[in-house]
Design a protein. Structure first.
Length: 280
């Protein structure tokens, strides 16, 4: 991975490199502004606490390879700190309260609105933010009028042929995929000799319960892991990380273009036209 402020993503799509004059002159109709939201939290003995933030940055960097210079899509400097209370107590975890993170994001959205922008994306790479960001996105829509979108770094299933079913289901923190990502983005930041291999298994009497999804049980990391990891980090590889990041980047670029062209009014207009247009 190139130095942080070099490469296509930062030269062509980094909002903060623009001058105020350049930003004022951007066409606002289809401008899409992306706010990456990561985390600073423990990821076991082998990964940096910056893992989630680095993943958001790396996947967006990959997406930029599939965007054209004329695509009016821009990436804001990330919010590195987020709501990581499930990891508090592990050394290096820094967590914001939900209200603090919510206030920060809303202030950013309000500022973008004052600059004339219409479309805002929350790009999340930390599982602990999901519910809060869904709520914040709707509040921003109502309070500012901005068309507000939500994306997670793992919204696209692109790794079925690369990882085992067990890893896909339970490798939710610091396992094979996240370790592979960091190996591909910052190889020297991974302590390969310390990679854990740890999974949970629900008892037969609780076979319908899940750590994520509809039958959810709230958890702290210490409830479900001794190492601070769920997944088999030992199986991670730089090659796997590169493949998944490239696949995600390609799909993400398509969705970002759709968001840039999307108009909320079209939802009603298209539906009304189909339902009420006279028969010919």
């Amino acid at each position: 991975m190139e130095f942080r402020y070099q490469g296509e993503a930062f030269e062509q799509k980094f909002f903060a490199r623009l001058t105020s004059k350049e930003i004022a002159e951007l066409p606002k109709q289809n401008a899409l502004i992306i706010l990456p939201v990561g985390a600073v939290e423990q990821h076991g003995p082998h990964l940096p606490v910056f893992t989630d933030s680095l993943i958001a940055e790396g996947i967006l960097h990959s997406a930029c390879k599939h965007l054209k210079e004329e695509d009016n899509i821009w990436i804001l400097p990330p919010i590195a700190y987020s709501k990581s209370i499930e990891h508090l107590g592990y050394a290096g975890t820094i967590s914001l309260s939900g209200s603090t993170l919510e206030a920060m994001i809303k202030d950013i959205a309000a500022s973008l609105k004052k600059s004339g922008f219409r479309k805002f994306v929350l790009f999340n790479s930390h599982g602990g933010n999901h519910d809060l960001l869904n709520s914040v996105a709707r509040d921003i829509r109502i309070e500012t009028g901005l068309m507000t979108f939500r994306l997670n770094s793992y919204d696209f299933n692109v790794s079925e042929d690369l990882i085992e079913e067990k890893e896909a289901a339970y490798g939710i923190h610091g396992g094979e995929i996240e370790t592979s990502f960091i190996l591909s983005f910052k190889t020297d930041w991974v302590k390969k000799e310390l990679c854990p291999d740890e999974f949970i298994q629900f008892p037969e009497s609780a076979k319908h319960l899940q750590l994520k999804g509809n039958h959810y049980v709230a958890w702290r990391m210490e409830d479900i892991s001794k190492s601070g990891v769920l997944g088999n980090a030992k199986k991670a590889s730089k090659e796997t990380g590169e493949i998944i990041a490239n696949r995600l980047g390609e799909k993400l670029a398509v969705v970002l273009r759709e968001m840039a062209e999307f108009e909320m009014d079209d939802l009603i207009n298209i539906s009304t036209e189909k339902q009420y247009s006279p028969l010919t």
